[in-house]
Design a protein around this ligand. Structure first.
Ligand code: ADP
Ligand code: ZN
Length: 288
């Protein structure tokens, strides 16, 4: 039995499951402050005999095993979680190996093992939700350098009709600052879900996402691109993204049929938690 946590800005999803990725039990806990959220997480896992736990956490986090602060959260706007040593806390509580990575890396791992990129040695998972982030599998492994990638904060060219200043507290009008859910709400004065009948919203959204995809394609050349997160529930975005990506790339690189290449998560909303189970499995294997 393995434990898994998908920690998002609004909720923690906790699950127990097995090495095949099968989820046996699953609960949700609101993300408030560690003193409130973590006891509930620990309570849930206390009901099971676990061999390892995998954690996919919203970034940035310290994933460098050589670092003294390995396994903690770093510069999050959710100040209660800043510097919180989640790996240490769980390891002390349960005495089992703990796998730790970003939520999007976990989702990429979930999708490549059991989802839309199953059988491939390369894919890119992007979430467009409260924030924008991406995890990449390259030659069978999660891409990591000094730390994990932060692909949501790249710079993009402005849409000619966009005068919105941008919402990223660090960069203003980076991709996340212009195209994540909170930026949509701020720019248009309503939540994405209530803007379904405004084509200009989704045209601008597609324009920004396609630019990001162009850069990811040119730099990483992934074999499959998976677009998840709340905003991507707006399925009408897909054709707009295909149109702009074709326009921007101008035939320079040859890609598969875009409707097969850029897809929704095969695991739906379970990509992250399934991937966290796979992080637990990896941690267990590394420990043996
Ligand atoms: P999180 O980022 O916390 O994991 P989500 O991926 O659901 O959660 O992202 C939440 C963001 O996505 C919010 O800004 C919300 O307004 C937006 N969102 C959620 N569902 C939809 C939808 N069906 N259509 C458009 N936007 C949505
Ligand atoms: Zn930014």
């Amino acid at each position: 039995m393995l434990g898994a946590i998908e920690a998002g800005g609004t909720k923690f999803v906790c699950a127990v499951g097995d090495k095949t990725g099968k989820i046996i039990e699953r609960i949700q806990i609101p993300t408030t402050v560690p003193e409130e959220t973590m006891p509930q997480v620990i309570d849930f896992f206390n009901g099971y005999q676990l061999e390892a736990i995998g954690v996919g956490f919203f970034g940035p986090i310290d994933v460098n095993m050589e670092s003294p602060s390995y396994g903690s959260i770093t510069s999050t706007p959710k100040t209660g979680w800043r510097d919180y040593p989640i790996v240490k806390t769980l390891a002390e509580e349960f005495g089992v190996p703990i796998g730790f990575n970003t939520d999007v890396n976990a989702a990429a791992l979930g999708e490549v093992t059991h989802g839309a990129a199953k059988g491939l040695d390369s894919c890119l998972y992007i979430t467009i939700g409260t924030g924008i982030g991406a995890g990449a599998i390259v030659q069978g492994n999660l891409l990591q350098g000094l730390s994990h990638p932060e692909m949501g904060h790249i710079l993009v060219r402005r849409h000619p009709q966009d005068e919105y200043q941008g919402k990223c507290p660090y960069h203003g009008d980076c991709l996340e600052g212009l195209a994540a859910g909170p930026a949509i709400e701020d720019r248009w004065g309503a939540k994405g879900i209530d803007l379904v009948d405004k084509p200009e919203v989704w045209d601008m959204q597609g324009y920004y996402i396609a630019q990001a995809l162009m850069q990811y394609v040119l730099i990483l050349s992934p074999k499959k691109i998976i677009l998840g997160g709340g905003v991507m529930h707006q399925k009408q975005l897909f054709p707009t993204i295909y149109k702009y990506l074709n326009e921007f790339l101008a035939g320079y690189v040859s890609l598969p049929e875009l409707s097969d290449y850029i897809v929704s998560p095969g695991l739906g909303d379970h990509a992250g938690i399934t991937g966290s189970l796979m992080l637990a499995k990896q941690a267990l294997q590394e420990n043996n």
